[in-house]
Ligand binder design. Structure first.
Ligand code: PLP
Length: 387
């Protein structure tokens, strides 16, 4: 073999089987070989495990999917290049023309937009109900059967806690597939609730560094198998290098999450009743309207605090401009603390009637609590509130 050929086809060696690396390798390869065309056919038919093309499956990405499924307590999962890609995929795979989707008004704005503006073009109808109005949900499911119920708990951005078992039971009784977007709660929460699928944006807690985007759908082998034929041609696959960063990040997930959640509780307690604060929403506060449900349903109460500041829109913008440590951005879950003006980031698409029901006010801010010293975070808010 000439040297040009050998450099392209080197004699590669794997480490011995009893000598594995402690960090799962990054399989930075789009293509994989198999010993014969017959074996490739078997992979295509699903009668043997294996890899052919990274968009379809990649070992590092599969390892991440298994790790996330183990955290969430499901059998398996699929990973995507972003959370919203996972959402679009799910709608594409599960819905047909004429289907009806029920969601909550209190939910991540782009999810509403995808249904209202993209999927409506293909004849998919969507209805958004107020979180906690189980009577309205039951009536709607009776009058206008739904193929899919898609919801969050706690909701983004106002942190309503939703009775997952109740929604799942209503969904099952009316033949709907029930999907919980568990991004806000985290990978380890709401295990074993009777939902069909969990959806996660991995952009938040997987690394906690705000450096990479990803999404996942987790569920039973039987349901994920039904999605795979759509997945192979969807295209928004997660890159192996990103999956490897996420596998690394997950090693510190519980440490980060629990430290951030306990700081969030303390910040919420400190904010409550302060001058200029009209109300504080944190599922771990006894004053939260669904605190009892949150205690029953959640292991931790999350890393976000929603505060209704006694501001009109202009004063709110000045407050945000005065923050130094909290950075104003739409994401959450990072070790850096973040602040999101709820109306601007999450309420822009709501009609005046929907806005009135949404729980958002012009002064509502969603704080995502990071790992800085809590005293510095309090001081940052305090100095920004003084005009
Ligand atoms: N679901 C929820 C509840 C979110 O808050 C987000 C993003 O903030 C997403 C889905 C979308 O995730 P991504 O930003 O990774 O596309």
């Amino acid at each position: 073999m000439k040297e040009e050929t050998r450099t392209i086809h080197p004699d590669t060696k794997s480490p011995p089987h009893d000598n594995p690396p402690l960090v799962y390798p990054i399989y930075q390869s789009v293509k994989f070989s198999l010993p014969s065309v017959g074996e490739i056919e078997k992979v295509y038919r699903g009668s043997r495990e294996g890899f052919t093309y990274s968009r379809v499956a990649n070992p590092t990405v599969s390892e991440l999917a298994s790790e996330l499924a183990a955290l969430q307590g499901t059998e398996c999962g699929l990973c995507f290049g972003s959370g919203i890609a996972a959402i679009q995929f799910m709608f594409q795979a599960l819905l047909s023309q004429g289907d009806h989707v029920v969601g909550l008004l209190q939910s991540y704005r782009p999810t509403r937009s995808v249904l209202r503006h993209a999927f409506s073009k293909f004849g998919v109808k969507s209805t958004f109900l107020c979180a906690g109005d189980y009577g309205a949900l039951e009536k709607l499911l009776r009058d206008s059967p739904a193929k899919l119920i898609f919801f969050e708990s706690p909701t983004n951005p106002v942190l309503d806690v939703v009775d997952i078992e109740r929604i799942a039971a209503l969904g099952k009784a009316h033949g709907a597939t029930v999907v919980l977007d568990n991004t806000m709660a985290g990978f380890h929460q709401h295990r074993k609730v009777p939902v069909d699928l969990y959806l996660h944006s991995l952009t938040k807690y997987a690394t906690g560094m705000g450096d990479v985007s990803g999404g996942a759908i987790l569920g039973s082998q039987a349901l994920i198998d039904r999605l795979v034929p759509y997945y192979v041609n969807f295209g928004a696959a997660l890159e192996p290098l990103v999956a490897s960063l996420m596998l690394r990040g997950l090693k510190s997930y519980f440490l980060r999450y629990r430290a951030q959640a306990s700081a969030a509780l303390e910040l919420a307690q400190w904010l409550e009743g302060r001058p200029g604060v009209a109300g504080v929403r944190y599922p771990g506060l006894p004053s939260h309207p669904q605190h009892a449900l949150a205690k029953r349903q959640m292991q931790e109460f999350g890393t976000m605090v929603c505060a209704h500041l006694a501001y009109e829109e202009r004063e709110m913008k000045s407050f945000l401009d005065r923050l130094h440590i909290f950075k104003v951005t739409g994401s959450f879950g990072s070790v850096d603390s973040l602040a999101a003006p709820a109306k601007m980031f999450y309420g822009g698409d709501l009609t005046p009637a929907e806005f009135a029901q949404s729980g958002i006010t012009p002064g509502t801010v969603r704080f995502s609590v990071g790992l800085e010293a809590l005293d510095d975070l309090k001081a940052d808010i305090e100095q920004a509130m003084v005009v």
